[in-house]
Design a protein around this ligand. Structure first.
Ligand code: SF4
Ligand code: SF4
Length: 316
């Protein structure tokens, strides 16, 4: 299956980092995890498929087994979506039909001060642990006799995790551009495994979250780069509920994100942060609202990347 002419290009990390003078976040633990992902996980994206295939009576039977496995491996949630051409990055092609979308929460206690070394390390920690879940889930599916591909949360994936997760019932798109999950809130990461194993698909949900975003502007108020929009963008297309989408100004967000420990302020300040998380089930003392370190934003950048469109809000 080829990407749609309307598909966005894959995010060109190197070009974006070059546009802000290079990658400057220098936290030893972050760099160690990045290296571990490259050395320990990249080589395990593919593997041998068991020639003896396990047959399933129904697609639902296969879905239930795979979802149970993902949860056993440590997933916070798992859902299944049919892949459409618009879910594939521009100029990419895949052979698979189903996406098994896996989410894993980040720890609220690591976002008590944002941005911070601790919040940056937590982002990378979950990229690694979620990477392990999708790699091991793919190994499980290959052992069942079905080929599949790992779409790592941090890697150069062929598919767009967010629209697939929305179709797989993960939640609704928030004003800050991230999905808000009814149970996990917005503080989680996504990865996928794609396959042709016939699976029963899940469906998008309407829990009233997107409607709430129309009156709540907390993330917009606390975004130091003023990158989160006031209004939805009709030209950006509809979300799964038929709403015009909110589109973050990447040219303003990225320089802040790149200079300030992957920023992430918009996630812990989100009103959909579940208050029971603040108790922290493992007994750690946490705050109901994080300390926000808002620095003067760097200059906006707009690298010359074909067809990468985003609104330019409140540009000076
Ligand atoms: S990551 Fe930071 S700069 Fe980017 S939208 Fe969120 S709060 Fe704004
Ligand atoms: S902070 Fe408010 S407006 Fe922003 S995403 Fe969360 S609920 Fe929506």
């Amino acid at each position: 299956m080829k990407s749609s002419p309307n598909s966005p290009p894959a995010f060109q990390w190197d070009t974006w980092y070059n546009s802000v003078g290079g990658r400057t976040i220098a936290i030893e633990e972050v760099n160690n995890i990045l290296n571990e992902i490259k050395e320990l996980q990249y080589p395990r994206f593919s593997g041998k498929v068991n020639p003896v295939r396990t047959d399933f009576h129904t697609p639902l039977e296969a879905s239930e087994l795979i979802k149970r496995k993902a949860l056993d491996l440590g997933a916070g949630d798992v859902g299944i979506a049919l892949i459409e051409p618009t879910d594939i990055y521009q100029d990419r092609e895949i052979n698979e039909t189903f996406a098994i979308v896996v989410g894993q929460p980040m720890l609220w206690r690591k976002f008590q001060e944002v941005p911070s070394n601790e919040s940056a390390i937590e982002c990378l920690r979950v990229y690694f642990t979620l990477g392990e879940i999708v790699i091991q889930l793919a190994q499980f599916i290959r052992e069942l006799g079905y080929p599949c591909k790992v779409e790592h949360p941090i890697g150069d994936s062929d598919v767009l995790h967010i629209p697939l997760a929305l179709k797989a019932g993960f939640g609704e798109l928030g004003r800050h551009g991230s999905i808000i999950h009814p149970k996990m809130g917005p503080l989680f990461r996504l990865g996928s495994v794609i396959t042709n194993l016939e699976l029963a698909i899940d469906h998008p949900i309407d829990a009233g979250i997107a409607a709430f975003c129309d009156i709540c502007k907390a993330c917009r108020i606390y975004c130091p780069a003023k990158a989160i929009p006031d209004e939805r963008s009709p030209e950006a297309g509809k979300d799964h509920l038929g709403n015009d989408r909110y589109v973050v100004d990447t040219g303003k967000c990225f320089p802040y994100f790149a200079k300030h420990n992957y920023c992430s302020i918009c996630l812990p300040v989100c009103v959909y942060q579940h208050k029971e998380w603040a108790k922290d089930f493992e007994g750690y003392q946490t705050k109901l609202f994080p300390d926000i370190d808002m620095k003067e934003p760097p200059k906006a950048v707009d690298p010359d990347i074909p067809k990468h469109k985003y609104p330019k809000n409140q540009r000076n």
